[in-house]
Design a protein around this ligand. Sequence first.
Ligand SMILES: [Mn+2]
Length: 312
Amino acid sequence: MKEIKTATRLNAYLPHYDNKIDKVFGELKKVGINYVDINFPQQTIGIPARDMKKMLDENGLRPNGMEMRFEGHYLNGDLGNLNDKIYQDAIEMCKQAVDYCREIGGSMINIWSAHDGFDYSFQIDYLKVWHRIVKACQEIADYAPDIKFSIEYKPYEPRAYAFVDSMGTLGMILKDINRKNFGVLLDYCHMLMKHENPAMGSEIFASRGELFGVHINDGYGVHDDGLMVGTVTPFKTLEFLYYMKKYHFDGMYYFDTAPVIEDPSQETSKNIEMLKYFLNLLDRVGMEKIDKVINENDAIKARDLLLDFIKK
Ligand SMILES: [Mn+2]
């Protein structure tokens, strides 16, 4: 079986390891993780890129890239902020993330615009914010044509309404950004929160070559629960993964899970186990057979397929 690229949330580990990132890297390697995504600037503060690269090399981990974390003065918006100074800061921060990413040998920047959104009616000018985000993304894309950028959407939290909130809005804004190195990162839990079916997103974006990454996890749909992979909606997870296989996704599976009570390494090993088990299960049931069932457009046969997954 082809190597699966996996990474996990470093913030689940750091408090258990004196907030020392090198100790966390050592632990990740032991548990079977092979790639790392680093929150920028949050997890790089005080660590020059060359030192980060050295720590990755020493622990046999490969860099995927950076995950943007807009904190502090970005409370009222980041890449869509209507204050010129803060807007420029947000763009500048993405460029700094690119520089750091290149130095550690990474190739991807994931942008989660935590604070672009609104809480009240009549609070923002939607079109103005839309154009600012598009312009910012174009500037960042053109700054680094060698880097792939993904936008991760979420319907709400911390804002009551996020600006880029769904597969539809993201699809529209990508069309306006119109840069080959800009794509999508699907967070499974975020899709459940929006009452989207994750598989619909993985098929549509992967088929267009726009799916650059996934955050895989599980939840009940109301909150960003970040539960272990496959534990709440196993059939939906299987359907989601079916399309990842169908379109030969070769990006990274990032476990965006949040063990609060559980030991993070035990939790990560269960995520890896479930992901591999599900990807194998799709083969055992048969990709062709699944494809046939889908083509028959028949709910009864689709239900029978679900039972086949349990029987295998
Ligand atoms: Mn995520």
